[in-house]
Design a protein around this ligand. Sequence first.
Ligand SMILES: Nc1ncnc2c1ncn2[C@@H]1O[C@H](COP(=O)(O)OP(=O)(O)OP(=O)(O)O)[C@@H](O)[C@H]1O
Ligand SMILES: [Mg+2]
Length: 166
Amino acid sequence: MPGPARYTRWMTEALSHHREFELSDETATLALGSQVAGKAQVPQIIFLRGDLGAGKTTFSRGFLRGRGHDGSVKSPTYTLVEPYESVPGGPVFHLDLYRLGDGQELAYLGLGDYLSAEGILLIEWPERAEAQLPPATLDITLTPEGSGRKATVRAADPALLEALSD
Ligand SMILES: Nc1ncnc2c1ncn2[C@@H]1O[C@H](COP(=O)(O)OP(=O)(O)OP(=O)(O)O)[C@@H](O)[C@H]1O
Ligand SMILES: [Mg+2]
């Protein structure tokens, strides 16, 4: 397993394409999630970065709707993982690693199986276990901008970025 520094450098190089989106309100965050969901192929590992309240779960909610899930989407803050195995677009596993003490806990908590599951992973707070996670195929950072947010979307596949509309 490569060390964290090497891993991060490799990832940054791999996700060399990026685009930015202005998200003026919650609806725009939901819409971006839904749009990305419509273009994302399986398998996909999506890192969601940004401070508490940045909109990571909101994006995930839009994403799951976009894959055809019409039930509720709870934040996995306390459960660490919320699996959506019978979504029309294929299984989606939504993780929130905020409460993880360190990356080694992933295995103790039995989360390892989710990481190798065939499907799409949405991972909030990947920083908590970056060295233990597989490399992201999409890396999304949400930052406050005025009363809204800015999303920086990095991808290994430029075609996916080009397919998104502003
Ligand atoms: N583009 C936006 N503009 C303004 N508010 C937004 C935007 N997107 C989401 N929000 C709001 O931000 C709040 C927090 O969102 P959310 O729970 O998705 O954050 P989070 O990043 O998942 O936080 P945590 O790290 O605690 O899990 C919600 O009230 C949501 O409506
Ligand atoms: Mg959240």
